[in-house]
Design a binder for this molecule. Structure first.
Ligand code: NAD
Ligand code: ZN
Ligand code: ZN
Length: 341
């Protein structure tokens, strides 16, 4: 079968001769409908965050059940499902609570399909357990694939700050890409806070306005923090969601977050921050959340089925993977690109 394989630093190739896996025991074989292209892939490809192993990329996956192992119950051929991405041990306390993104054993095992193990940028994908599937009912797997990360990750980050996102508060969203453009819609639907969106191009800022941002600021402007403070006034922003994670965006976040606020760094841009009592307002919680839980993914499916969020999608063939990654490097993708076998 055809697959987009990671061979090592800056070496991604489309192959045609990968053997189609056969599911055994708890395993499920999916026929892939779509695999989302996440910026984390670029951290793997360009920066070497996963080394020493060859695997199929794609950790935002959806498709139809093709074949099940002999122990699998409750699924049959043709069922439309999402693949929950962070694969934990399945037994520890966080895993039992469905928070496999914080599995006790994360440091000693590969994270999941597309992140060290074979992922979904292929015609078929082997999922180790039906526990990791979330049914999507009437949703189209091609459109739904990015729900597993581009929607789940911001949803989980927003949910933990929800009590602070009241109608008299401001929230700042930095980076209106795959994750950020869904974050804006989730904030619009489940919180009351006024949204200030930041990106570095005018078309991304116009896109943010369409998705519910009241204000937009170009974070390349040297006085971006002052522009934000002009909007928020002395209150400043109760919550800052940074979907870039560069030193400059973390720095911007520390300047605009309010006393007792949340500074949430989702982006893995390799930025540095040096704590200083004089820089960070008192009471600020700084967090670096990772992905979301399986039950939160079910809630995200609910938002999508109610048409409260929709992912802006570009469709591409597996053969075009390298061109799509190039466009992502240049910040040229609007919403999310999905590879369709
Ligand atoms: P993307 O490429 O789709 O979007 C990034 C956006 O940020 C683009 O719109 C770009 O123009 C904008 N941007 C770049 N520099 C900026 C700056 N200085 N100020 C404002 N905006 C800027 O990326 P994505 O797939 O949405 O991923 C975003 C980040 O989140 C990546 O670092 C990715 O690895 C990370 N991520 C983290 C998790 C997690 O669980 N923590 C999960 C998924 C992705
Ligand atoms: Zn991702
Ligand atoms: Zn576990």
């Amino acid at each position: 079968m055809k697959a987009v394989r990671f061979f090592g630093h800056k070496d991604v190739r489309v192959v045609n001769d990968l053997e189609r896996p056969v599911p055994k025991g708890d395993e499920v074989l999916l026929k892939i409908g779509g695999a989302g292209v996440c910026h984390s892939d670029l951290h793997i490809i360009d920066e070497g965050t996963v080394v020493g192993t060859v695997f199929t990329l794609g950790h935002e996956n959806a498709g139809w059940v093709e074949e099940i192992g002999e122990n699998v119950k409750g699924y049959k051929k043709g069922d439309a499902v999402l693949v929950y991405g962070p694969w934990g041990c399945g037994h520890c306390k966080p895993c039992q609570q469905s928070k496999e993104n914080y599995c006790d054993h994360q440091s000693e095992q590969a994270y999941g399909g597309g992140l060290g193990l074979d992922g979904g940028m292929a015609e078929y994908m082997l999922v180790p357990s039906s526990r990791l599937l979330v049914p999507i009912f009437d949703l189209d797997p091609i459109i739904a694939a990015p729900l597993t990360d581009a929607a789940l990750t911001p949803y989980s980050a927003i949910k933990r700050s929800l009590p602070k996102l009241m109608a008299d508060e401001f929230v700042v969203v930095i980076g209106v890409g795959g994750l950020g453009h869904v974050a804006l819609q989730i904030l619009r639907e489940i919180s009351g806070a006024a949204i200030i969106a930041c990106d570095v191009t005018e078309d991304k800022l116009a896109f943010a306005k369409e998705l519910g941002a009241e204000f937009t600021i170009n974070s390349k402007d040297a006085d971006a923090a002052e522009q934000i403070q002009k909007i928020t006034g002395i209150k400043k922003a109760k919550v800052v969601l940074d979907f870039v994670g560069a030193t400059s965006t973390i720095d911007l976040g520390t300047k605009v977050v309010s006393l007792d606020g949340d500074l949430t760094i989702v982006g893995l841009g390799g930025g540095h921050y040096q704590y200083s009592m004089n820089v960070l307002p008192f009471g600020v919680s700084m967090t670096n959340p990772y992905w979301g839980s399986r039950t939160e993914l079910m809630e995200v499916v609910g938002l999508a089925r109610q048409k409260k969020i929709h992912i802006e999608i570009e469709k591409h063939k597996l053969d075009d993977a390298n061109e799509v990654y190039d466009r992502m490097r240049q910040g040229k993708i609007k919403g999310r690109a999905v590879l369709i076998p």
